[in-house]
Design a protein around this ligand. Sequence first.
Ligand code: FAD
Length: 403
Amino acid sequence: MKVACVGGGPAGLYLSILLKRQDPSHDVTVHERNPEGSTYGWGVTYWQGLLDKLRACDPESAEAIEEHSVRWNEGVAHVGDLATRQPGDEGHGIGRHKLLELLAARARALGVRLEFESEVSADDLPDADLVVAGDGVHSALRSRHAEEFGAALTPGRNRYVWLGTTKVFDSFTFAFVETEHGWIWCYGYPFSSEQSTCVIECAPETLAGLGLDRASEADSLAALEKLFAHILDGRPLIGRAASDGGSPWLTFRTLTNRTWHRDRLVLLGDAAHTTHYSIGAGTTLALEDAIALAEALRESTDLPQALARYERERRSALLSLQSAARYSAQWYENLTRYIHLPPEQMFALLGQRHSPLLPYVPPQLYYRLDRAAGRLEVLRRFKRWLGPKLARGAHARALSARE
Ligand SMILES: Cc1cc2nc3c(=O)[nH]c(=O)nc-3n(C[C@H](O)[C@H](O)[C@H](O)COP(=O)(O)OP(=O)(O)OC[C@H]3O[C@@H](n4cnc5c(N)ncnc54)[C@H](O)[C@@H]3O)c2cc1C
């Protein structure tokens, strides 16, 4: 089969690896419009579940990804001058540049043709049995048929900027800072032994009040370095590599599509769906899309059938994460509902921000209910643990009484 993957992001590159592994006779080309080694963004987070899946699909690239990732297992929240530290699930971070470099090297080693500085036009698709639109959220290939795909882009309310820093955080770090124009906050996490990611977010009124909507990128960074000096320890924030100097602030758009394939064209990764960055799942979902599409193509030689199966499977797998991402984005949009709670409550509800119930229950009541449910769960687990032991003890006593 001849396959053209448009876009050399995680989705397109990983699909090319899996297809070539599956059948070395597949003719697979990845077209990436940017030069090799240049991409946007900083580090991305992922969790153990993804590594397990990658290991099962292609142990070589999984090992390389694991080797170049960093780990943390605590979260810290700074609210004004107060800080709360809590243990959490083990998180992993890897630089986007490094991830793409590793995937490109593996794809090449398997015989995938990588064509950089090769921008594909929606009006002139490559000659292939299957064209994969892995060309990101602004996908030109999808936009050309936006109505048929039923594409819907819903903008969030807040503004954000994706930055790097040479401050290496030792845990997943949140910092909320109050200004005279409202709150502004940062999520920071390490992605190498030298750098971390900082995503900074605030409401549009705060951005305008601070003058950041009109500031150049250099002035924005200087102002943010002052606001977040207490977590950066004097380290600089770093902006875009290919900056035009203008405002770097963006609005996140949640993308959905009514259908994900049309004739020989199929959507993959961010071109098919986006989930708010505050749940840190987009890259994982893009890689899982690639796994599902490769699997569907292996299972069925009938292309429409394989594409329908891929879409069905991924659409249903995404439902709960899309909901979690929507609620998480809304939590930050309604920050003033939570930010003045006592620190341990605020931190607990930050961890519960994906909950569909939280927006409808007074936060302190939700916190108490959640704690009570947690205690009940501990009791339930204790009962489950104790039950068989009591039963075994009673059985042994009955046996010895009979002897
Ligand atoms: C602020 C922020 C933080 C994030 N943090 C995380 C995180 O912590 N964890 C996580 O899992 N995800 C995170 N994400 C999401 C993640 O970056 C994306 O979901 C992921 O990159 C999607 O991969 P993709 O391959 O589908 O698309 P992309 O990575 O966007 O790749 C698309 C590629 O296609 C190329 N391209 C576009 N058009 C064409 C064309 N016409 N011809 C040829 N090439 C083309 C582009 O240059 C690009 O290289 C974050 C996103 C944001 C915005």
